[in-house]
Design a protein around this ligand. Structure first.
Ligand SMILES: Cc1cc2nc3c(=O)[nH]c(=O)nc-3n(C[C@H](O)[C@H](O)[C@H](O)COP(=O)(O)OP(=O)(O)OC[C@H]3O[C@@H](n4cnc5c(N)ncnc54)[C@H](O)[C@@H]3O)c2cc1C
Length: 324
């Protein structure tokens, strides 16, 4: 492992200043469950680790403006086991409980989960310099791509691995970003960027910026939500495809509908065309099939991942039937 220094800031302003001022490469460390692997394997390099553990105001679940503020340094286990979250946001509990292992949930944080790096085996191989690491090729495009994306690829076919992100975006969450000038707030959906913007990054965080918290609005009257995760094996695993559905249900039809999928694109993928098909009509299996087909019209399957199209339908069907 290469040598690095550690800074232990106490305030959000100090974090932003350290990130903005560090001449070499600085990396934020939260629980370290992803970052330390990357540093040990040589996939990531940092001259300075900015440790978020002692920073005031980044931890905890706090009722705010009728909704819930979730600090970036809140441990996944504390989200997963919170009774209020299970009551108001069951899809978020489902996503948190589906994530990794008890050991990783005990250490990993919400912010780290939302900002974790992709699991693409070419990216994670220290000997491969793919586009995401400043190289010229996406090796998944013509290589082994069973676990790669159906949508939004082009420059890079990673899938964004977080379980919390689709659930939170579907619930209408916003992200509070710490900056050198204070704080800015954006929809969590806009926090993620496709590879065309900058193939080396997955978020819109700029120099000196980091995720402070997410805020989830209070559930609307009659709101139901579900998270379905399809995996290759029964034990812990990343999603092959996951679906988060949030909707107000009236007489067997869905209104105020938001569908977001994981495991299918470089960002949590909103299925607006499927939402348009489903909105306001009595839900039947044929209608869900039609909705999945509308979404899949934008898919560009690779050589080994065409099976994910079937999983898009299956995940959508299970999640929609769970809320209706
Ligand atoms: C074996 C294994 C299985 C896993 N399975 C799943 C799974 O099924 N589903 C799933 O969703 N995840 C899974 N993960 C990923 C796991 O959830 C993440 O490793 C964890 O949530 C990261 O949290 P952390 O606090 O340890 O982050 P760290 O490792 O400390 O950081 C992760 C990344 O985020 C950045 N970062 C951290 N906090 C912030 C912040 N506040 N603002 C900006 N950037 C930040 C860091 O710089 C780093 O690049 C798995 C991981 C492992 C090792």
């Amino acid at each position: 492992m290469r040598e690095f220094k550690i800074a232990e800031p106490r305030t959000a302003d100090e974090v932003a200043a350290l990130l903005a001022e560090t001449p070499g490469k600085a990396a934020l460390i939260a629980g370290g469950t992803d970052l330390l692997d990357e540093l040990k394997s040589g996939v990531a390099r940092a001259d300075l680790l900015v440790d978020l553990r002692g920073v005031a105001g980044l931890t905890g679940l706090t009722p705010e403006k009728g909704g819930l503020r979730i600090g970036a340094m809140t441990r996944v286990v504390d989200l997963a086991e919170n009774a209020g979250v299970a009551k108001d946001y069951p899809s978020l509990t489902e996503a948190a409980l589906s994530l990794a292992t008890p050991q990783l949930r005990n250490v990993g944080t919400v912010g780290g989960n939302l900002c974790q790096r992709p699991r693409c085996w070419y990216y994670r191989d220290p000997d491969v310099v793919c586009r995401k690491k400043g190289g010229f090729n996406c090796y998944a495009f013509q290589g082994r791509n069973k676990y790669h994306g159906l949508f939004g690829g082009g420059a890079c076919f990673i899938v964004f691995p977080s379980d919390l992100a689709p659930a939170l975006i579907s619930l209408g969450a916003t992200a509070a970003i710490g900056t050198v000038k204070g704080e800015r707030t954006i929809p969590l959906e806009a926090f993620y960027a496709l590879p065309d913007a900058d193939v080396t990054r997955e978020t819109v965080l700029g120099k000196g910026e980091f995720l402070k918290s997410v805020w989830v609005p209070a559930p609307a009257a009659g709101q139901k939500a579900a998270y379905v995760k399809l995996k290759e094996r029964g034990t812990w695993d990343f999603a092959l495809v996951s679906a988060a559905v949030t909707a107000v249900v009236k007489d067997g039809a869905l209104a105020s509908l938001s569908i977001v999928m994981g495991g299918v694109a470089p960002v949590p993928w909103r299925l607006k065309k499927a939402e348009d098909v489903l909105r306001g009509r009595p839900v039947t299996e044929a209608l869900i099939r039609q909705a999945a087909d509308a979404a899949l019209a934008d898919a560009t399957p690779l050589r080994e991942n065409g099976y994910k199209a079937d999983l898009v339908f299956a995940a959508l069907k299970r999640a929609v039937l769970a809320v209706v």
